[in-house]
Design a protein around this ligand. Sequence first.
Ligand SMILES: Cc1ncc(COP(=O)(O)O)c(C=O)c1O
Length: 426
Amino acid sequence: MSAQPKTETTLLDRARQVLPGGTFGNTAADVIVSEGKGTRVWDENGKEYIDYLLGSGPMIVGHAHPEVTAAVRAQIEKGTTFFANNAKGIELAEVIVDAVPCADKVRFASTGSEADAFAIRLVRAYRGRSKILKFEGGYHGYSDYGLMSLAPPKPGNDYRPQPDSAGIPDNVRDHILVAPFNDVDAVAGLIDAHKGEIAAVFMEPVQRLIPPRPGFLEAMRELTEKNDILLCFDEVVTGFRLSYGGAQQYYGVTPDLCTLGKAIGGGFPLSAIAGREEIMALFDRERTDAAHFVPQVGTLSGNPVAAAAGIATLEVLKRPGTYERYFEVGNRLKSALSERLQRAGLEAQVVGDAPMFDTVFAGGEIRNYRDTLRADKTQMSRLNALLRARGILKGENKYYLSVILDEDDIAQTIDAWDDAITEMTA
Ligand SMILES: Cc1ncc(COP(=O)(O)O)c(C=O)c1O
Protein backbone atom coordinates (compact mmCIF):
# COMPACT_ATOMS: atom_id res chain seq x y z
CA MET A 1 0.00 0.00 0.00
CA SER A 2 1.33 3.43 -0.83
CA ALA A 3 1.99 5.74 2.08
CA GLN A 4 -0.78 8.20 2.84
CA PRO A 5 0.03 11.57 1.27
CA LYS A 6 1.61 14.03 3.62
CA THR A 7 -1.05 16.69 4.17
CA GLU A 8 -3.69 14.32 5.38
CA THR A 9 -1.30 12.19 7.45
CA THR A 10 -0.03 15.27 9.23
CA LEU A 11 -3.51 16.54 9.97
CA LEU A 12 -4.61 13.11 11.13
CA ASP A 13 -1.65 12.93 13.52
CA ARG A 14 -2.53 16.36 14.86
CA ALA A 15 -6.18 15.35 15.25
CA ARG A 16 -5.15 12.29 17.28
CA GLN A 17 -3.20 14.52 19.65
CA VAL A 18 -6.14 16.69 20.54
CA LEU A 19 -9.41 14.87 19.76
CA PRO A 20 -10.62 11.65 21.43
CA GLY A 21 -10.39 9.01 18.70
CA GLY A 22 -8.92 11.72 16.48
CA THR A 23 -12.43 12.78 15.46
CA PHE A 24 -15.24 15.21 16.09
CA GLY A 25 -17.30 12.09 16.87
CA ASN A 26 -19.11 12.04 13.56
CA THR A 27 -17.44 10.24 10.67
CA ALA A 28 -14.18 8.30 10.35
CA ALA A 29 -11.07 10.20 11.44
CA ASP A 30 -9.30 9.81 8.13
CA VAL A 31 -11.87 11.75 6.13
CA ILE A 32 -10.53 15.28 6.31
CA VAL A 33 -12.52 17.56 4.05
CA SER A 34 -10.90 20.75 2.86
CA GLU A 35 -13.54 22.15 0.55
CA GLY A 36 -17.03 21.70 -0.81
CA LYS A 37 -18.63 23.18 -3.91
CA GLY A 38 -21.91 22.10 -5.46
CA THR A 39 -22.23 18.32 -5.45
CA ARG A 40 -18.53 17.76 -4.73
CA VAL A 41 -16.10 17.83 -1.82
CA TRP A 42 -12.32 17.54 -1.80
CA ASP A 43 -10.15 16.04 0.90
CA GLU A 44 -6.90 17.53 2.18
CA ASN A 45 -4.94 15.59 -0.43
CA GLY A 46 -7.02 17.06 -3.22
CA LYS A 47 -9.03 13.90 -3.91
CA GLU A 48 -12.45 14.72 -5.28
CA TYR A 49 -15.66 13.03 -4.18
CA ILE A 50 -19.30 13.19 -5.13
CA ASP A 51 -20.73 14.07 -1.76
CA TYR A 52 -23.58 11.91 -0.48
CA LEU A 53 -22.75 12.75 3.13
CA LEU A 54 -24.03 16.32 2.64
CA GLY A 55 -22.86 17.37 6.08
CA SER A 56 -25.29 14.71 7.41
CA GLY A 57 -28.16 16.32 5.54
CA PRO A 58 -28.09 20.13 5.72
CA MET A 59 -26.42 20.72 2.35
CA ILE A 60 -29.50 19.74 0.36
CA VAL A 61 -28.90 22.50 -2.24
CA GLY A 62 -25.21 21.64 -2.46
CA HIS A 63 -22.10 23.22 -0.97
CA ALA A 64 -21.47 26.95 -1.20
CA HIS A 65 -24.65 27.53 -3.17
CA PRO A 66 -24.21 31.05 -4.59
CA GLU A 67 -27.57 32.30 -3.27
CA VAL A 68 -26.95 30.90 0.22
CA THR A 69 -23.43 32.29 0.27
CA ALA A 70 -24.63 35.74 -0.82
CA ALA A 71 -27.37 35.79 1.84
CA VAL A 72 -24.91 34.78 4.55
CA ARG A 73 -22.31 37.29 3.43
CA ALA A 74 -24.87 40.11 3.44
CA GLN A 75 -25.97 39.22 6.97
CA ILE A 76 -22.45 38.82 8.34
CA GLU A 77 -21.73 42.40 7.34
CA LYS A 78 -24.60 43.50 9.59
CA GLY A 79 -23.62 41.50 12.66
CA THR A 80 -23.71 37.83 13.46
CA THR A 81 -25.78 37.30 16.60
CA PHE A 82 -27.93 39.43 18.87
CA PHE A 83 -29.82 37.22 21.37
CA ALA A 84 -32.77 39.35 20.32
CA ASN A 85 -35.56 39.19 17.77
CA ASN A 86 -34.31 39.96 14.28
CA ALA A 87 -35.94 40.18 10.86
CA LYS A 88 -34.21 37.11 9.38
CA GLY A 89 -35.30 34.84 12.23
CA ILE A 90 -38.86 36.15 12.06
CA GLU A 91 -38.93 35.65 8.29
CA LEU A 92 -37.69 32.06 8.62
CA ALA A 93 -40.42 31.36 11.18
CA GLU A 94 -42.98 32.71 8.67
CA VAL A 95 -41.60 30.46 5.94
CA ILE A 96 -41.89 27.42 8.24
CA VAL A 97 -45.44 28.30 9.32
CA ASP A 98 -46.43 28.64 5.65
CA ALA A 99 -44.84 25.35 4.66
CA VAL A 100 -45.31 22.87 7.49
CA PRO A 101 -48.89 21.67 8.10
CA CYS A 102 -48.67 21.35 11.92
CA ALA A 103 -46.83 24.64 12.41
CA ASP A 104 -48.99 27.40 13.89
CA LYS A 105 -46.00 28.71 15.80
CA VAL A 106 -42.24 28.11 15.76
CA ARG A 107 -39.39 28.38 18.26
CA PHE A 108 -35.73 28.04 17.33
CA ALA A 109 -32.81 26.18 18.85
CA SER A 110 -29.40 25.34 17.39
CA THR A 111 -29.31 21.56 16.90
CA GLY A 112 -31.77 18.78 16.25
CA SER A 113 -30.95 17.26 19.63
CA GLU A 114 -31.84 20.49 21.36
CA ALA A 115 -35.13 20.84 19.49
CA ASP A 116 -36.02 17.25 20.39
CA ALA A 117 -35.13 17.79 24.06
CA PHE A 118 -37.36 20.89 24.19
CA ALA A 119 -40.16 19.06 22.40
CA ILE A 120 -40.00 16.13 24.81
CA ARG A 121 -40.28 18.54 27.75
CA LEU A 122 -43.06 20.49 26.04
CA VAL A 123 -45.30 17.46 25.43
CA ARG A 124 -44.85 16.34 29.03
CA ALA A 125 -45.74 19.76 30.35
CA TYR A 126 -48.76 20.02 28.06
CA ARG A 127 -50.19 16.64 28.93
CA GLY A 128 -49.00 16.56 32.55
CA ARG A 129 -47.68 13.03 32.01
CA SER A 130 -44.11 11.79 31.93
CA LYS A 131 -43.97 8.80 29.59
CA ILE A 132 -42.84 9.11 25.99
CA LEU A 133 -43.55 6.27 23.58
CA LYS A 134 -40.76 5.95 21.02
CA PHE A 135 -39.73 3.32 18.50
CA GLU A 136 -36.74 1.04 18.78
CA GLY A 137 -34.10 2.27 16.33
CA GLY A 138 -35.50 5.81 16.19
CA TYR A 139 -33.08 8.68 16.78
CA HIS A 140 -34.12 11.80 18.64
CA GLY A 141 -30.81 13.39 19.50
CA TYR A 142 -28.42 12.84 22.34
CA SER A 143 -30.46 13.86 25.42
CA ASP A 144 -30.95 11.19 28.08
CA TYR A 145 -34.53 10.59 26.93
CA GLY A 146 -33.75 10.78 23.22
CA LEU A 147 -30.92 8.30 23.40
CA MET A 148 -32.88 5.26 24.56
CA SER A 149 -33.13 2.09 22.43
CA LEU A 150 -31.63 3.71 19.36
CA ALA A 151 -29.36 0.78 18.69
CA PRO A 152 -29.58 -1.92 21.36
CA PRO A 153 -26.90 -4.41 20.29
CA LYS A 154 -28.68 -7.43 21.72
CA PRO A 155 -32.33 -6.61 22.16
CA GLY A 156 -34.14 -9.27 24.16
CA ASN A 157 -37.54 -10.75 23.44
CA ASP A 158 -39.26 -7.77 24.95
CA TYR A 159 -38.90 -4.06 24.23
CA ARG A 160 -37.51 -2.83 27.52
CA PRO A 161 -35.94 0.61 26.99
CA GLN A 162 -32.16 0.44 26.89
CA PRO A 163 -29.77 3.38 27.16
CA ASP A 164 -27.42 3.87 24.21
CA SER A 165 -24.80 5.64 26.26
CA ALA A 166 -23.05 5.32 29.54
CA GLY A 167 -24.00 8.10 31.94
CA ILE A 168 -27.76 7.92 31.44
CA PRO A 169 -29.46 7.52 34.84
CA ASP A 170 -31.35 4.25 35.38
CA ASN A 171 -34.63 5.98 36.14
CA VAL A 172 -34.81 7.45 32.62
CA ARG A 173 -36.20 4.08 31.52
CA ASP A 174 -39.22 4.63 33.78
CA HIS A 175 -40.28 7.45 31.49
CA ILE A 176 -39.80 5.78 28.12
CA LEU A 177 -41.83 3.08 26.38
CA VAL A 178 -40.42 1.36 23.33
CA ALA A 179 -42.31 -0.24 20.45
CA PRO A 180 -41.25 -1.83 17.16
CA PHE A 181 -41.68 0.54 14.20
CA ASN A 182 -44.51 -0.29 11.82
CA ASP A 183 -46.33 -2.38 14.43
CA VAL A 184 -49.73 -0.82 15.16
CA ASP A 185 -50.79 -3.59 17.56
CA ALA A 186 -47.71 -3.16 19.72
CA VAL A 187 -48.38 0.57 20.05
CA ALA A 188 -52.07 -0.02 20.79
CA GLY A 189 -51.06 -2.58 23.44
CA LEU A 190 -48.68 -0.16 25.16
CA ILE A 191 -51.23 2.65 25.11
CA ASP A 192 -53.78 0.29 26.65
CA ALA A 193 -51.38 -0.89 29.33
CA HIS A 194 -50.38 2.67 30.25
CA LYS A 195 -53.67 4.52 30.13
CA GLY A 196 -53.31 8.13 31.21
CA GLU A 197 -49.52 7.92 31.56
CA ILE A 198 -48.27 8.68 28.04
CA ALA A 199 -47.61 12.27 27.01
CA ALA A 200 -46.71 11.63 23.39
CA VAL A 201 -45.81 9.22 20.67
CA PHE A 202 -42.50 10.65 19.47
CA MET A 203 -41.33 9.29 16.13
CA GLU A 204 -39.38 9.69 12.96
CA PRO A 205 -42.06 9.38 10.26
CA VAL A 206 -39.42 7.60 8.18
CA GLN A 207 -37.34 5.76 10.74
CA ARG A 208 -33.72 6.21 9.65
CA LEU A 209 -34.38 4.88 6.11
CA ILE A 210 -37.33 2.62 6.85
CA PRO A 211 -40.55 3.96 5.37
CA PRO A 212 -43.80 3.70 7.30
CA ARG A 213 -46.00 0.91 5.98
CA PRO A 214 -49.17 2.18 4.30
CA GLY A 215 -51.58 3.21 7.04
CA PHE A 216 -49.04 3.17 9.88
CA LEU A 217 -48.80 6.94 10.35
CA GLU A 218 -52.58 7.25 10.00
CA ALA A 219 -52.97 4.61 12.72
CA MET A 220 -50.58 6.53 14.99
CA ARG A 221 -52.64 9.68 14.41
CA GLU A 222 -55.88 7.87 15.21
CA LEU A 223 -54.58 6.05 18.30
CA THR A 224 -53.03 9.16 19.80
CA GLU A 225 -56.09 11.29 19.15
CA LYS A 226 -58.41 8.70 20.65
CA ASN A 227 -56.29 8.47 23.80
CA ASP A 228 -55.51 12.15 24.32
CA ILE A 229 -51.86 11.59 23.56
CA LEU A 230 -49.81 14.03 21.49
CA LEU A 231 -48.15 12.94 18.27
CA CYS A 232 -44.74 14.46 17.57
CA PHE A 233 -42.87 13.87 14.33
CA ASP A 234 -39.11 14.26 14.47
CA GLU A 235 -38.64 15.85 11.06
CA VAL A 236 -35.01 16.84 11.60
CA VAL A 237 -34.16 14.67 8.57
CA THR A 238 -37.42 14.60 6.62
CA GLY A 239 -38.38 18.28 6.97
CA PHE A 240 -38.19 20.10 3.60
CA ARG A 241 -36.65 16.91 2.20
CA LEU A 242 -39.43 14.41 1.52
CA SER A 243 -41.44 17.36 0.29
CA TYR A 244 -41.40 21.09 0.95
CA GLY A 245 -43.85 20.50 3.82
CA GLY A 246 -41.86 17.50 5.06
CA ALA A 247 -43.03 13.96 5.78
CA GLN A 248 -46.31 15.24 7.22
CA GLN A 249 -47.19 16.73 3.85
CA TYR A 250 -45.75 13.81 1.89
CA TYR A 251 -47.78 11.22 3.81
CA GLY A 252 -50.75 13.47 4.53
CA VAL A 253 -50.69 12.92 8.29
CA THR A 254 -50.46 16.01 10.48
CA PRO A 255 -48.93 15.59 13.94
CA ASP A 256 -49.52 17.98 16.84
CA LEU A 257 -45.91 19.01 16.92
CA CYS A 258 -42.70 18.47 15.00
CA THR A 259 -39.02 19.18 15.24
CA LEU A 260 -36.92 20.44 12.34
CA GLY A 261 -33.20 20.83 11.76
CA LYS A 262 -30.57 20.18 9.10
CA ALA A 263 -32.09 21.72 5.90
CA ILE A 264 -33.66 24.72 7.66
CA GLY A 265 -30.25 26.02 8.76
CA GLY A 266 -28.70 25.86 5.27
CA GLY A 267 -25.43 24.54 6.73
CA PHE A 268 -25.47 26.60 9.93
CA PRO A 269 -26.57 25.53 13.42
CA LEU A 270 -30.32 26.04 13.51
CA SER A 271 -33.26 23.85 14.48
CA ALA A 272 -36.87 24.38 15.42
CA ILE A 273 -39.85 23.14 17.34
CA ALA A 274 -43.08 23.81 15.45
CA GLY A 275 -46.62 22.95 16.41
CA ARG A 276 -50.16 23.70 17.30
CA GLU A 277 -50.94 27.07 18.82
CA GLU A 278 -52.15 25.83 22.22
CA ILE A 279 -49.15 23.54 22.72
CA MET A 280 -46.60 26.14 21.65
CA ALA A 281 -48.30 28.59 24.02
CA LEU A 282 -46.53 26.82 26.89
CA PHE A 283 -43.37 28.58 25.71
CA ASP A 284 -45.14 31.92 26.24
CA ARG A 285 -44.94 33.18 29.81
CA GLU A 286 -47.76 35.65 29.20
CA ARG A 287 -50.21 32.94 28.20
CA THR A 288 -49.26 30.19 30.63
CA ASP A 289 -49.42 29.77 34.37
CA ALA A 290 -46.21 29.04 36.21
CA ALA A 291 -47.09 25.36 36.63
CA HIS A 292 -47.14 24.81 32.84
CA PHE A 293 -44.60 27.32 31.54
CA VAL A 294 -41.64 25.80 29.67
CA PRO A 295 -38.69 28.19 29.36
CA GLN A 296 -37.19 27.91 25.89
CA VAL A 297 -33.99 29.84 25.46
CA GLY A 298 -30.60 29.51 23.79
CA THR A 299 -27.71 31.88 23.15
CA LEU A 300 -27.84 31.35 19.40
CA SER A 301 -31.57 30.67 18.97
CA GLY A 302 -32.88 32.58 15.94
CA ASN A 303 -29.37 33.46 14.89
CA PRO A 304 -29.65 35.76 11.87
CA VAL A 305 -26.78 34.25 9.87
CA ALA A 306 -28.22 30.75 10.17
CA ALA A 307 -31.70 32.11 9.46
CA ALA A 308 -30.44 33.88 6.32
CA ALA A 309 -28.82 30.64 5.12
CA GLY A 310 -32.02 28.74 5.90
CA ILE A 311 -34.28 31.20 4.07
CA ALA A 312 -32.04 31.14 0.98
CA THR A 313 -31.96 27.32 1.03
CA LEU A 314 -35.73 27.03 1.34
CA GLU A 315 -36.19 29.54 -1.48
CA VAL A 316 -34.17 27.29 -3.77
CA LEU A 317 -36.17 24.25 -2.65
CA LYS A 318 -39.50 26.01 -3.23
CA ARG A 319 -38.90 26.61 -6.93
CA PRO A 320 -41.37 24.79 -9.18
CA GLY A 321 -40.17 21.37 -10.28
CA THR A 322 -37.49 20.97 -7.60
CA TYR A 323 -39.01 18.00 -5.79
CA GLU A 324 -40.25 16.37 -9.02
CA ARG A 325 -36.70 16.34 -10.38
CA TYR A 326 -35.27 15.38 -6.97
CA PHE A 327 -37.45 12.27 -6.86
CA GLU A 328 -36.85 11.45 -10.52
CA VAL A 329 -33.08 11.50 -10.00
CA GLY A 330 -33.27 9.69 -6.67
CA ASN A 331 -35.48 6.95 -8.05
CA ARG A 332 -33.22 6.56 -11.06
CA LEU A 333 -30.19 6.12 -8.77
CA LYS A 334 -32.06 3.74 -6.47
CA SER A 335 -33.08 1.54 -9.41
CA ALA A 336 -29.56 1.55 -10.83
CA LEU A 337 -28.09 0.46 -7.51
CA SER A 338 -30.74 -2.14 -6.95
CA GLU A 339 -30.25 -3.65 -10.42
CA ARG A 340 -26.51 -3.91 -9.91
CA LEU A 341 -26.84 -5.61 -6.53
CA GLN A 342 -29.28 -8.11 -7.98
CA ARG A 343 -27.23 -8.75 -11.09
CA ALA A 344 -24.23 -9.49 -8.87
CA GLY A 345 -26.30 -12.08 -7.01
CA LEU A 346 -25.81 -10.35 -3.67
CA GLU A 347 -28.38 -10.84 -0.94
CA ALA A 348 -29.03 -7.14 -0.69
CA GLN A 349 -31.69 -4.52 -1.29
CA VAL A 350 -32.02 -0.76 -1.44
CA VAL A 351 -34.00 0.68 1.47
CA GLY A 352 -35.28 4.24 1.63
CA ASP A 353 -36.97 6.83 -0.52
CA ALA A 354 -35.46 8.94 -3.33
CA PRO A 355 -33.95 11.72 -1.14
CA MET A 356 -32.11 9.25 1.11
CA PHE A 357 -31.49 5.55 0.81
CA ASP A 358 -28.84 2.88 1.12
CA THR A 359 -27.97 -0.73 0.52
CA VAL A 360 -28.98 -3.20 3.20
CA PHE A 361 -27.20 -6.53 2.87
CA ALA A 362 -30.16 -8.68 3.86
CA GLY A 363 -33.14 -10.30 2.18
CA GLY A 364 -36.76 -10.04 3.30
CA GLU A 365 -38.76 -6.96 4.19
CA ILE A 366 -37.08 -4.37 6.43
CA ARG A 367 -39.91 -3.12 8.63
CA ASN A 368 -38.10 -2.14 11.80
CA TYR A 369 -34.81 -1.94 13.67
CA ARG A 370 -34.62 -5.68 14.40
CA ASP A 371 -34.89 -6.47 10.71
CA THR A 372 -31.82 -4.31 10.12
CA LEU A 373 -29.84 -6.49 12.55
CA ARG A 374 -29.99 -9.26 9.94
CA ALA A 375 -27.84 -7.14 7.63
CA ASP A 376 -24.25 -8.11 6.89
CA LYS A 377 -22.18 -5.23 8.27
CA THR A 378 -18.90 -6.54 6.90
CA GLN A 379 -20.18 -6.42 3.33
CA MET A 380 -21.54 -2.95 3.95
CA SER A 381 -18.18 -1.63 5.21
CA ARG A 382 -16.42 -3.25 2.28
CA LEU A 383 -18.73 -1.67 -0.27
CA ASN A 384 -18.43 1.73 1.44
CA ALA A 385 -14.62 1.50 1.37
CA LEU A 386 -14.56 0.47 -2.29
CA LEU A 387 -16.85 3.37 -3.13
CA ARG A 388 -14.80 5.85 -1.19
CA ALA A 389 -11.73 4.80 -3.13
CA ARG A 390 -13.77 5.51 -6.27
CA GLY A 391 -14.74 9.03 -5.22
CA ILE A 392 -18.08 8.45 -3.51
CA LEU A 393 -18.37 9.96 -0.03
CA LYS A 394 -21.30 8.78 2.07
CA GLY A 395 -22.29 8.01 5.63
CA GLU A 396 -22.00 4.48 6.99
CA ASN A 397 -25.66 3.77 6.33
CA LYS A 398 -27.02 6.50 4.12
CA TYR A 399 -26.79 8.29 0.81
CA TYR A 400 -28.16 11.81 1.26
CA LEU A 401 -28.97 13.31 -2.13
CA SER A 402 -28.80 16.99 -2.98
CA VAL A 403 -31.31 18.53 -5.37
CA ILE A 404 -28.52 19.66 -7.74
CA LEU A 405 -27.07 16.30 -8.82
CA ASP A 406 -26.45 16.50 -12.56
CA GLU A 407 -26.07 13.90 -15.30
CA ASP A 408 -22.28 13.72 -14.78
CA ASP A 409 -22.75 13.03 -11.07
CA ILE A 410 -25.32 10.36 -11.83
CA ALA A 411 -23.19 8.65 -14.49
CA GLN A 412 -20.08 8.77 -12.31
CA THR A 413 -21.97 7.35 -9.33
CA ILE A 414 -23.35 4.48 -11.37
CA ASP A 415 -19.86 3.75 -12.79
CA ALA A 416 -18.50 3.66 -9.24
CA TRP A 417 -21.25 1.23 -8.21
CA ASP A 418 -20.52 -0.97 -11.24
CA ASP A 419 -16.84 -1.05 -10.47
CA ALA A 420 -17.11 -1.50 -6.71
CA ILE A 421 -19.77 -4.23 -6.89
CA THR A 422 -17.78 -6.06 -9.55
CA GLU A 423 -14.69 -5.98 -7.34
CA MET A 424 -16.72 -7.11 -4.36
CA THR A 425 -17.99 -10.17 -6.13
CA ALA A 426 -14.80 -10.99 -8.06
C1 LIG B 1 -34.14 12.19 13.23
C2 LIG B 1 -33.06 12.97 13.91
N1 LIG B 1 -33.38 13.66 15.02
C3 LIG B 1 -32.46 14.39 15.68
C4 LIG B 1 -31.17 14.46 15.25
C5 LIG B 1 -30.16 15.25 16.02
O1 LIG B 1 -29.80 16.38 15.31
P1 LIG B 1 -28.40 17.11 15.64
O2 LIG B 1 -27.32 16.19 15.17
O3 LIG B 1 -28.49 18.39 14.88
O4 LIG B 1 -28.36 17.31 17.12
C6 LIG B 1 -30.79 13.76 14.10
C7 LIG B 1 -29.39 13.82 13.63
O5 LIG B 1 -28.99 13.17 12.69
C8 LIG B 1 -31.76 12.98 13.43
O6 LIG B 1 -31.41 12.26 12.35
